[in-house]
Design a protein around this ligand. Structure first.
Ligand code: FRU
Length: 486
């Protein structure tokens, strides 16, 4: 079987070879830029370059030549990009231009250790060609061998650039007025949140709460690297709090942990910089894989996709402020034939979607809880396999079970069931499910819980079924849409 059956239709993938983290996400002159950690000569992680693509709508991507290649300072690890609107760097002769801020990773000649330092590159032609700054590197700190993944943004109230990066199992924050000279501002993370691996790829941004611009909070994303003893592998946590331009203060008790995604395959995600104010969205994309098995996934010729781009919002739920994720509205235009079902009583033996055999589709459903102890969908069904997306009322839990999802044998920790608590609203539960060749993304409720998982069904496993166990569940509405290529 040719494994290009796993090539997603509406998710970003590299044309060939290995990809990991999204990098340099920036919007400029009508284009969204997506750079990414790229090994152009192999199917596994190797000397890191920045691959590059642009899009007008975050859905259709144009692949561009490699933007940054390793040099005398080392490999090009993750980082960000900004528009230097007022030429604070002096790179652009008074005009606006793009600046990438990334990690140079090499071996410290004076010791056995690796060395990670931050550097700049700039582009005067909308990202088509890049010049590395002659003064590189611009930020180093020999206390931390892991000192990487700078995310930079302009902080209006204090009129300066802010840089946040991962430093061991903390993040460090720096200030600058020209992107070249950085001064230390603060460190966050000691004793806060989860510390089950090295911290990576932080992001920090402000969002209105419940859409009210007069009430804002700051969100910090922190990815946590793979530790062999944790079955979850690499995953992303987030903090909600206050940021005054110097210090981030967590609203939660220090030991509280919030996960961005309850699935296994959403890592190293960050948000786009410079999306115009009138749009106002904070748009996020993650790498849809997991360091536990990323080098082993069964695709041929290319490896790894990005998640769907998602908007991030803050909403009150009781006395908590939580992050809400929604697939971007631009994806709606890819939806084709829709099949709608309403008010169907689902019970053991119900046959509803069994005539469909699709590999890229979206399901939007609302169930009313009745007597069933579990209900939902089976995807990629055959006699011997299925992926289950379901709800267990007694546990108030949405789950994806990929234990028998097809090709699961490439890593012992790949098969499994991933669950997250979601409270029913007025006795109902809503699921927005996007399936694309080798992935499923489940947005539950209004987007307050998400499960992102890779799946590798064998050829011929494409049945869909709505199911209920030990009783009934009412399908209030279901819309099944085929999703076209981007
Ligand atoms: C996260 C990460 C980053 C690093 C990059 C290297 O997945 O480990 O911390 O910059 O990947 O490719």
């Amino acid at each position: 079987m040719t494994t290009d059956v796993y090539r997603p239709k509406f998710h970003f993938t590299p044309l060939s070879n290995w990809m990991n983290d999204p990098n340099g996400l920036v919007y400029f002159e009508g284009e969204y830029h997506l750079f990414y950690q790229y090994h152009p000569y192999g199917m596994t992680w190797g000397p890191m370059h920045w691959g590059h693509a642009v899009s007008k709508d975050l859905v259709s991507w144009e692949h561009l030549p490699i933007a940054l290649e390793p040099d005398e300072h080392g490999q090009i690890f993750s980082g960000s990009a900004v528009v230097d609107w007022h030429d604070t760097t002096g790179f652009f002769g008074g005009k606006a231009g793009l600046v990438a801020i990334f990690t140079h990773h090499d071996q410290d000649p004076g010791s056995e250790r690796v060395r990670e330092r931050q550097s700049l590159a700039y582009s005067e032609d909308s990202g088509r060609t890049w010049t590395k700054y002659s003064g590189n590197p611009v930020l180093a700190d020999s206390r931390f061998p892991d000192f990487r993944d700078p995310k930079v943004f302009w902080h209006g109230p204090t009129s300066q650039w802010i840089l946040i990066l991962a430093s061991g199992q903390t993040v460090s924050i720096y200030h600058s007025t020209n992107l070249k000279d950085w001064s230390f501002a603060s460190q966050f993370g000691e004793g806060e949140g989860a510390h089950i691996g090295v911290w990576e790829c932080p992001d920090l941004f402000e969002l209105p709460v419940d859409g009210d611009p007069s009430r804002t909070k700051w969100v910090m994303l922190v990815s946590i690297g793979n530790s062999p003893e944790y079955v979850e592998g690499s995953r992303t946590q987030y903090f909600v709090g206050q940021f005054d331009g110097t210090t981030f203060k967590n609203d939660d008790e220090p030991e509280a942990v919030r996960w961005l995604d309850a699935g296994r395959d959403n890592y190293a995600g960050v948000s786009w910089s410079d999306i115009p104010g009138q749009d106002g969205r904070r748009i996020y994309i993650g790498w849809m894989s997991n360091w536990k098995y990323a080098n082993l996934t069964p695709t041929e010729g290319w490896r790894s996709a990005m998640t769907l781009p998602r908007t991030l919002e803050l909403a009150s739920r009781g006395d908590q402020t939580i992050l809400i994720q929604k697939p971007i509205a631009e994806l709606q235009r890819l939806k084709e034939d829709g099949y709608v079902f309403e008010n169907v009583e689902v019970e053991p033996g119900t046959q509803l979607l069994s005539t469909f055999a699709l590999s890229s589709f979206q399901l939007e459903v609302e169930f009313e809880l009745q007597t069933a102890s579990e209900f939902g969908f089976k995807l990629h069904m055959s006699e011997s396999s299925e992926t289950v997306v379901g709800y267990v009322p007694a546990k108030q839990e949405v789950f994806v079970d990929r234990s028998r999802s097809g090709n699961t044998g490439f890593h012992a920790d790949f098969p499994g069931r991933h669950a997250v608590q979601v409270l029913p609203q007025h006795g109902r539960i809503k699921l927005n499910v996007w399936v694309d060749a080798c992935s499923v993304e489940v947005f539950a409720g209004e987007g307050e819980a998400v499960i992102t998982d890779l799946l590798f069904p064998q050829e011929g496993q494409s049945g869909i079924e709505v199911y209920a166990v030990q009783g009934t569940a009412k399908l209030v509405s279901l819309r099944l849409s085929q999703v076209a290529s981007k």
